[in-house]
Design a protein around this ligand. Sequence first.
Ligand code: BJW
Length: 224
Amino acid sequence: MRVVVLTGAGISAESGVPTFRDAGGLWEGHRVEDVATPEGFARDPDTVHRFYDARRRAAAQAEPNPAHLALARLEQLLGDDFLIVTQNVDDLHERAGSERVVHMHGDLFMALCESCGDRSPHSADLIERPPCPNCGERMLRPDVVWFGEMPYELDRIDEALVRCDLFAAIGTSGGVYPAAGFVMVATEFGARTIELNLAASEITPLFDEVRHGPASIVVPEWVE
Ligand code: BJW
């Protein structure tokens, strides 16, 4: 059986990484347009860098929770028939032991050079921001996908969605596209679909099955 799992911020919430749109979420104190758009970065790169520096520190201190660990166990069973597509920029899936992970919205621990396209590891603390190791450009940006930008690896994701037998969405509000449309693609190509989320999302009615509760409980129950 081929399985694709889409994860969102809710799977990392119980690891202490705030979500985006829940109360106390990440946008508090920041307007989305200021910190997650190319225009916001062009206007005020220092604020955007500080926002991502703080996120990077928080993610580095967080530990995978039972939901991440359960998905790593599922991958052990299914091997190449399993793929995690995560919208998250943290590395908690990898630290839980998952290897087949697509980071469609980028990686908090990488920097991107817009001049030459080089992607390089992001220094932990960028008070002094190093230039691009490839071309020397001074202004690197976080290697994350902002509104209006093309998410990573959409061809590989589409291929997996078209071929899968089961599609699960975990801890995502279903308000950001194209990820919010994956359930429709999977359904169209014959997969069964399940949503595992704390509460109803914007796309709950599109799933065959829905289980509500904290990811650390409902994901291990679903996997076992
Ligand atoms: C728990 C829990 C617990 C809590 N247990 N659960 C229509 C079609 C296509 C595109 C668009 C469209 N309309 C508009 C667009 C453009 C735009 C878009 O979607 N805008 C919307 C606002 C409508 N999309 C884009 O611009 C994307 N690019 C694009 O479309 O390119 C062109 C294209 C067109 C067609 C096909 C292909 C391409 C790019 C989107 C980039 C999003 N970037 C961000 C920032 C990334 C870097 C960073 O991390 O800072 O990605 S925004 C932010 O939202 C982040 C997240 O990955 C993303 C999704 O959020 P997520 O993960 O769902 O978090 P929350 O907080 O919203 O929800 C958490 C959920 O967990 C909640 O439901 C809770 O209940 C639950 N939860 N605790 C289980 N313990």
